[in-house]
Write a new protein. Structure first.
Length: 385
């Protein structure tokens, strides 16, 4: 009899016991969307293919045809399933043109303007990951790279790891069927020249490419377009040069972190519930608190990676022999006025306790803080190097 009573109580406890995280358990039963916002700074918009819009938030997700538009001083990290993380910089417009995750992965991003950082891991040799700009197509082969469309006359592709194959883009060729392409002598010639113009940018190299060529932006190529089209394609033929990377660019890539699938599922579940219009105030507070926790956990991971990056450049500093080289890498330089008329000019990297660490022409210098009388910031704007 005692055993039966004990068993009944045990069953009652098991049935009534609350899950450790109702949000998490709900989330992990959901299928993960192809691309999920994992971190947001500032204000940005998600525009869906059905023209509906929402504010970009942690857990917002994208399907094929959706777009992200970032505003000034904003930044959005988007994870694409479990193999890629991209960072969309301020004043950038990016469309997720194709997001196929079943079997062989097929991703196509259309960068209309702005700047994009990316880390891509191709787990299957048949996986496809492309970034398309108005003037070129970049085929990614498993890599860390930056695509910058912020300049008026040219675009830059920088590769930190792996390789990127880049070739000119012709709108007319893209929209033609194989049959139509075969019947057009002009299109066939242009298509062949485009393939011949492909360049491969390897690790630690970059290429500066011409921006949109009007003739290649046409949706139909006529006989009279042939000469101009071939000349435009020739402008893409160049040899990649050593990458001219700034500290901020290297740091951006070093702080991009892939989350596990369970975290992505929870983020999307929280966002869906919050935007459903079916939650009361108390539940909304619980969900926002949990989302805040997930954000803070990711920020801590990024801060840790940022510290590692800073330690690395102090331990093995780049050989920057001139003030101009320091400004180019750090994008700034400071003038530090010390006692007894002494002066140091360099980029302040960090502060360890009461010691300031700066990068000068002669290397890394450590200066006790109590010796510093004044720091002139943005010194590069007041001097010519």
């Amino acid at each position: 009899m005692i055993q039966k009573v004990y068993l009944g109580i045990l069953l009652l406890v098991l049935v009534c016991k609350k899950p450790s995280s109702a949000i998490t358990e709900k989330a992990i039963t959901k299928e993960i969307p192809s691309a999920v916002v994992v971190l947001v700074t500032g204000n940005s918009r998600v525009i869906h293919s059905d023209t509906t819009e929402e504010k970009a938030s942690v857990g917002s997700y994208f399907r094929s045809g959706d777009k992200i538009i970032t505003s000034d001083k904003s930044r959005v990290d988007v994870q694409i399933h479990d193999g890629a993380i991209i960072r969309v910089s301020a004043n950038t417009s990016l469309e997720f043109s194709k997001l196929v995750m079943e079997g062989v992965k097929d991703v196509k991003l259309s960068l209309e303007k702005g700047k994009l950082f990316a880390k891509v891991t191709k787990k299957n040799k048949d996986d496809s990951f492309q970034v398309v700009s108005p003037s070129f197509v970049a085929g990614i082969r498993g890599t860390e790279f930056i695509i910058d469309l912020t300049k008026e006359k040219s675009s830059t592709v920088k590769v930190l790891d792996g390789s990127v194959a880049v070739k000119p883009r012709s709108v007319a060729i893209e929209i033609m069927s194989a049959e139509e392409l075969g019947k057009s002598n002009v299109a066939s010639e242009v298509d062949r020249k485009i393939d011949e113009a492909e360049i491969v940018i390897d690790k630690n190299f970059q290429a500066t490419l011409p921006n949109e060529q009007p003739v290649l932006a046409k949706d139909k190529l006529e006989e009279e377009d042939k000469s101009n089209a071939l000349k435009a394609i020739d402008k893409f033929k160049q040899k990649p040069i050593l990458a001219d990377l700034s500290k901020s660019e290297e740091q951006e890539l070093s702080t991009m972190i892939l989350e596990n699938i369970e975290v992505l599922q929870e983020m999307t579940a929280i966002n869906e519930e919050l935007t459903s219009g079916k939650v009361d105030e108390k539940r909304a507070e619980e969900l926002e608190a949990r989302r805040g926790t997930l954000e803070n956990e990711l920020l801590k991971k990024q801060d840790k990676e940022k510290s590692k990056f800073t330690e690395a450049i102090i331990k093995e500093p780049k050989k920057l022999k001139t003030k101009k080289a320091i400004v180019k890498y750090y994008e700034r330089i400071e003038k530090i006025i010390l006692g007894r008329g002494r002066v140091e000019v360099g980029a302040i990297i960090s502060q360890e306790g009461d010691t300031i660490i700066i990068h000068t022409e002669s290397g890394i210098r450590r200066i006790p803080k109590d010796e510093v009388q004044e720091v002139i910031y943005e010194y590069q704007n007041r001097s010519r190097f």
